[in-house]
Design a protein around this ligand. Structure first.
Ligand SMILES: [Zn+2]
Length: 181
């Protein structure tokens, strides 16, 4: 993984109390995590970090827009997200192997923290479970091809042989190639 140096916060040199940070992300940020679902993206991350002698309390606001593929028609879809998350880190004498959703532990001797993995996780958590256009905006030709193959929304429950699925993707690929020429 490429280093995310801009996302390393040297918290030992921060003042106690509230510290504010902001970050801008684009596709490059996600390449380091081998995540290529965004054809294009811009995310603004703001972080309020509250430091005390034994705690680091972090409030993240993730706001952004991205282009991905529609789950229904497989064409580009533009989506927006805005979510906030909190992470509490307790500084302890000996780093413990205890993790839960609320609190993580870090050695009192630690002096910096890389927040890139947190941001990556939060962006993924903010994704809608279904990425679909409105029915009217889905690509009609693509939907027709899918209909011709009589695929239902929950096709994973259907007893389809793999040849059928393969030819469906081939048809979609043909259609896309034609469009791009
Ligand atoms: Zn669509």
């Amino acid at each position: 993984m490429k280093a995310h140096n801009d996302f390393i916060i040297p918290f030992s040199s921060l003042k106690s109390g509230k510290n504010l940070f902001s970050f801008k992300l684009n596709e490059t940020f996600f390449e380091a995590f081998n995540w290529d679902e965004f054809k294009k993206c811009t995310f603004n991350v703001s972080l309020e970090l509250i430091k005390s002698t034994t705690m680091i309390d972090m409030f993240f606001v993730i706001e952004g827009e991205f282009t991905s593929l529609c789950d229904r028609c497989m064409y580009d879809i533009d989506l927006k997200v805005c979510q906030d998350y909190r992470q509490l880190i307790k500084l302890v004498e000996s780093e413990q192997e205890i993790y839960n959703d609320e609190i993580e532990f870090l050695s009192l001797k630690a002096f910096e923290i890389n927040i890139a993995p947190y941001i990556f996780e939060y962006v993924l958590l903010s994704m809608p479970s279904k990425k679909v256009h409105t029915i009217e905006s889905c690509n009609k030709e693509s939907i027709n091809i899918l209909d011709n193959y009589l695929l239902t929304e929950n096709y994973e429950n259907d007893n389809l042989d793999s040849n059928n699925i393969d030819s469906r993707w081939d048809k979609l690929k043909e259609l896309k190639n034609k469009k791009e020429k």
